[in-house]
Design a protein around this ligand. Structure first.
Ligand SMILES: *Cc1c(COP(=O)(O)O)cnc(C)c1O
Length: 428
């Protein structure tokens, strides 16, 4: 394929934007080469500036669960934009999307909208600290909760890909309040809680990890975490920025039947516009300003365009009883097809999958945490990534990312992808 125009656009971008990108995961640093510049997208396909068509398995890193330029969402945004794009005053649509979200997600009474998943997680932790009067938090190695200071400790995909697990600029003072546990390692969490009695405000977790490849929780892990939190009066925060409105209407809480104390959202909830949100029961949410003492604010929070996109997206998901099963079936079909061709070509691999999240690891050990995820063969991944791109299939340019399956993918697209894997596997 020809990437001439992408390459020259990247060269121009590099002069005025650090690394040529506004988010490091978009760079091809881990795989080599230059990023593809997108011209437009529709349904399951991206069209780049050189007019190549690519089947998209990133989908804006999750939001486009029904495909690109999804008409009900686009129409809602266009209609809203004609009536003004921001007021900094309350609008009815904020209540409409809040009511819908609260009705779809189990165990939440109130929700507040912000502008990104990062903001949602950062605010949720501040709320947990304010509510409990404690300072420390526990997070898991390889989990990503956005780029705010307390989370940039072994923070998964982007940070791992760039070899900066602990970012300079995060002070020691901040880092010391973040305790690190191994994913799926309940013993480790128990030890941390015992060693820091009455000091831990919250445990924050991706209930299905998606930022070190896709790693589902082992049986009973989330339940055991819930029990530990109850025993130690610690709040359990589910970061459902990736899993929310993706694994089920009610996200991971519904799928695993576990109640979290605070839930964070992003990605799908904004329908492709910049949105995040956090939610909890009344007792906790009423601790937020202006009702309570914990401060949190935003000039563009609840922005009408963002709310219109999110509301249209949630309405579609809420009214389509079959959507989550359809997504899971397509992903299972892809899993089976890829496994068959990789096996036929004797490529050592492990595939993790749950719902519409899937990742292919080039190693044969079970992938259950950051360490086992990091064992994957990077050279193989790099060759696989470029091979797939050349065949017209776009997966994330990092072995630590989940692929996101969209409902816009047809079975012909999935077969096309499996054939591409077969072609590429012969070259590995
Ligand atoms: C993407 C992501 C975030 C950060 O969201 P942004 O909108 O990029 O700030 C936080 N947590 C998880 C689990 C994510 O996948």
């Amino acid at each position: 394929m020809n990437y001439k125009r992408s390459s020259s656009l990247f060269a121009e971008a590099e002069k005025v934007i650090p690394g040529g990108v506004n988010s490091p995961v978009r760079a091809f640093k881990a795989v080599g080469g230059t990023p593809i510049f997108v011209k437009e997208a529709k349904g399951a396909y991206l069209y780049d500036e050189d007019d190549n068509r690519l089947i998209d398995y990133i989908n804006s890193w999750g939001p486009m669960i029904l495909g690109h330029a999804y008409e009900p969402v686009v129409n809602a945004v266009v209609e809203k934009a004609k009536k003004g794009t921001s007021f900094g005053m309350p609008t009815e649509i904020e209540t409409k999307i809040a009511e819908l979200a609260v009705s779809m997600v189990p165990n939440i009474d109130k929700i507040r909208f912000v502008n990104s998943g990062t903001e949602a997680c950062m605010s949720a932790v501040r709320l947990a600290r304010g509510f409990t009067g404690r300072d420390k938090i526990i997070k898991f190695a390889g989990c990503y909760h956005g780029h705010s200071d307390s989370f940039l400790i072994q923070a998964g995909s982007g940070a791992i890909t760039f070899g900066t697990p602990n970012s300079p600029g995060v002070t020691e003072g901040t880092a010391k309040d973040t305790l690190l546990a191994g994913y799926n390692d309940i013993e480790n969490v128990t030890q941390l809680l015992d060693a820091n009695k009455e000091e831990v405000a919250c445990i924050i977790i991706e209930p299905v990890a998606g930022n070190m490849g896709c790693i589902p929780p082992t049986a009973g892990f989330l339940k055991a975490l819930r029990n530990l939190c109850d025993t130690h009066n610690v709040l359990l925060i589910f970061d459902e920025v990736m899993t929310g409105f993706r694994l089920a209407k009610g996200g991971a809480q519904e799928l695993f039947n576990i109640d979290a104390d605070i839930v964070c959202f992003g990605k799908v909830i904004g329908g492709g516009l910049p949105v995040g949100a956090f939610a909890a029961r009344n007792e906790i949410m009423n601790y937020l300003a202006p009702l309570g003492p914990v401060y949190q604010a935003g000039t563009l929070s609840g922005n009408p365009l963002a709310m219109a996109a999110g509301l249209a997206m949630l309405n579609e998901l809420n009214n389509d009883a079959g959507v989550f099963n359809r997504l899971a079936e397509k992903t299972a079909y892809l899993h089976k097809g890829i496994a068959e061709v990789l096996n036929a070509n004797n490529i050592v691999h492990t595939i993790n999958r749950i719902g519409s999240m899937i990742s292919v690891h080039f190693d044969d050990s079970e992938v259950v945490d950051f360490e086992t995820s990091a064992k994957g063969n990077n050279d193989t991944f790099r060759a696989f990534f470029h091979g797939m791109l050349n065949e017209g299939v776009y997966i994330a340019p990092s072995a630590f990312e989940t692929w996101f399956v969209t409902d816009a993918l047809s079975y012909e697209d999935l077969d096309f992808t499996i054939r591409a894997v077969n072609t590429v596997a012969k070259t590995l």
